[in-house]
Design a protein around this ligand. Structure first.
Ligand SMILES: [Zn+2]
Length: 154
């Protein structure tokens, strides 16, 4: 897959989240497609992380809470674009600049929506699943003994 050396380094938390990586190994993608604008398939997730075997949908309905994350991300984008507009164009009560900002900001949010939705799931997963130094070892164990869907007490 990748060079042996890269397995020793812990990938950066924010970069792996921005790259929609699994929270446990920070290497495997949690989406089947890399293209967020492949609108038919952009939210499809594999059942397990292709690199470490972490369950991507940790439990049924796990990603319902992402609404809060995408709301927060959207507000952050609105604030950032408001400040940028203020700095570059300025606001005045004597022209329509506030309405231009509202229109542009709305369009921006629509265009960025797929990215926001994907990122919010990665952020949500990072709330509950933490980086595991031994992801490689556990992934290998899991491959040797695949877990049955219903584990029997034995
Ligand atoms: Zn993983």
């Amino acid at each position: 897959m990748c060079a042996e050396k890269s397995h020793d380094k812990k990938p950066n938390f924010f970069l792996s989240m921005l790259g929609n990586k699994c929270a446990r190994c920070r290497r495997g993608s949690i989406y089947k497609t890399k293209n967020p604008y492949d609108l038919k398939h952009f939210m499809e997730m594999p059942d397990y992380c292709p690199v470490c075997g972490q369950k991507v949908e940790v439990e049924v309905g796990f990603y319902f809470g992402t609404g809060y994350v995408s709301y927060a991300l959207s507000i952050a984008i609105c604030v950032a674009s408001l400040i940028a507009w203020w700095v570059f164009f300025g606001f005045s009560i004597y022209d329509n600049s506030i309405f231009w900002w509202l229109g542009v900001n709305g369009a921006l949010l629509v265009v960025l929506q797929p990215l926001i939705m994907r990122l919010s799931r990665a952020v949500w997963m990072a709330f509950f699943v933490y980086y595991d130094e031994n992801w490689q070892q556990l992934a290998a164990e899991k491959a040797d003994h695949p877990q049955p869907l219903l584990s029997k007490a034995s």
